[in-house]
Design a protein around this ligand. Sequence first.
Ligand code: T4K
Length: 375
Amino acid sequence: MNIIKPFDYPIYITRPLLPDLEEVNKKIKESRESKWLTKMGGQHKALEKELLKYLKTKNISLFCNGTLALELAIKALNLTGEVITTPFTFPATVNSLYRNGITPIFCDIKLDDFNIDEDGIEDLISPKTSGIMPVHVFGNPCEVEKLEKIAKRNSLKVIYDAAHCFGVEYKDIGIGNFGDISMFSFHATKIFHTIEGGALTYNNYELKEKLFLLKNFGIKNEEDIILPGTNAKMNELQAAIGLLTLTLVKKEIEKRKNLITIYQENLKNIEGIKYLDKKKDVKHNYQYFPILIDESNFKFNRDHIHASLMKFNIFSRRYFYPLCTEYGFIKKNAICRIPNAIKIVNQVLCLPLYGELQREDIEKICAILISTLKN
Ligand code: T4K
């Protein structure tokens, strides 16, 4: 039997896009010379303009990170009481509700895309429900049309957590056009990043001023502080990194698309391993490559594989384990029936995916994965 050697260097779940150092220095020089380092300076304005084009949205506001953007989106829409969301997400989704004094009510997810099950939402609506917060998990859009109908019928607001969705389109429409507000994360682990950062997109232009006040201490002018805002502004260097990173995104998406094809070729005939199919009418961004490992087909379960891969210097991730319903501070009365989420969270494993990886790397990761599962 061939013994497979570990990688000589760590293969992480992802690596950030790194703009050319000279270009970065040029941008720093520009900001330095302008002596304008934060609060909607030239780089910030330029990035907003570029992102409106890239995301094909009408309005955008930038923030220092995606989590604060989400918290402030909730405040901007005055959500209260209960909000229906998914248990299968990053802590930021649910924490942003808690930090606004809102109880998240958990709706189960679907097995074919891990997104909130729209058909379960209406049963969870109570007199206290003010909104729905679905997540486009791993960059796969939710059923936006169905969700819009549910929201209209029940007079609820919709905030999409689109943290994974940079550049994703549905029927040629930028995904940030759906719902009342969408939040994009620009964290270093995202396909497009500003090191840390985030954005809200929305159709109602009137939200623009409120969002500005919310991220800038509530200061209207030198005399009037009109709401209890915080400081969540994106600074000039973040915006400058964004402008440079944006020029690299298209190529990165192409590379990731090819790498996913290689993963799929190598894993397609392995009974017990599943991956998501491409969705109809969707332009994907290939942010993550999640697989499901059904332990009934193998000697070992997902957790064993996750740990074993580390011995080969491969750092996969069990996103989003544990489910939000397992967090110590979650109110038990907010937890509903979520069998699909429980099933998926125990099987899911996100494999390394970033443009620097080569065909040989993916083939080796797959060979290690398969031999670990079977031996
Ligand atoms: N909603 C959803 C659905 C989200 O997934 C997220 C964030 C948010 C909201 C909130 O958005 P932000 O406030 O973050 O803008 C990471 C990211 O920190 C987080 O942004 C992301 N989702 C989440 C899915 O992944 P960790 O703790 O798993 O990642 P971390 O920091 O351990 O990094 C993963 C790997 O990436 C490292 O092992 C190596 C590599 N890496 C990471 C960093 C930070 C680098 O190579 N360079 C780096 O600078 O959360």
